[in-house]
Write a protein that binds this ligand. Sequence first.
Ligand code: BDR
Ligand code: CA
Length: 313
Amino acid sequence: MTHRRKIIIDTDPGQDDAVAILLALASPEEIEVLGITAVAGNVPLALTERNARIVVELSGRPVPVFAGCDAPLRRKLVTAEHVHGKTGLDGIPLPEPTLPLQSQHGVDFIIETLRREPPGMVTLCPLGPLTNIAAAFQRAPDVAGRVAEIVLMGGAYFEVGNITPAAEFNIYVDPEAAEIVFRSGVPLVVMPLDVTHKALTSRDWVEEMRSLGTEVGRAVASWTDFFERFDTEKYGSAGAPLHDPTVIAYLLRPGLFSGRHINVEIETQSELTLGMTVADWWRVTDRPVNALFVGGVDRDGFYALLSERLARL
Ligand code: BDR
Ligand code: CA
């Protein structure tokens, strides 16, 4: 990492979103978090914005939190309480946040920030459905060209879907928004299930978090315990994928990841495969390259980075 990145985290916390936010806030040498925009996704917006504020407060490193869109561009919201619990952030009880919600709409914050900062300065880090980002690009067509890069968690190809047989949750919830983002011309780095399912937690790591003896350590351990039961039952795996922190880890240590520069299109028509990320991994079409689609991760390096950074909070 040669320069300090200015980022906006767009998120629907979500236990794994929460760990991603903590990882970013624990890394001020490399990352400046300009703001966090909440979107409806894992749970409705009223909970995701609240959860984002809880996590920021827990970190002890305040940054502004904005509420964005409360529903996908054209569809009814699909949520994932079956994974994340009723609050979206089930685990140890945490205090109601005192950090106020900003009055500005999250989409306006994204637009204003991109217009204020020099072109190529701001990286967008979406960790949930792409509604806010697409809404910003639709409302202000001049801003897409000012984004440095979008590093997002979403999609699946070889690993196929987690919310339907074909689609990953973040893309499935708002496929029209995903299509706008994937066709925006902004350089994309995509962390699909193909990579996040290689980044499973281990018992040792969860216990290491608990034994940090901090509120952050206890919270991360309890979130992971909660979140894990779903994946271990579903996949029979030993741990759970911490999907969203891969986005921030990529900013900090891109060398932990490997992927291919390929074309990725979003299915928006078929009922059967709605929200599928059709990834031309083998480059069998002439469609233009629009994404670095990540497939590999140094799992131990990823968890070592998380351990080192979360211990700072
Ligand atoms: C994605 O969906 C959410 O449930 C997680 O927070 C992650 O962003 C994984 O499919
Ligand atoms: Ca998420």
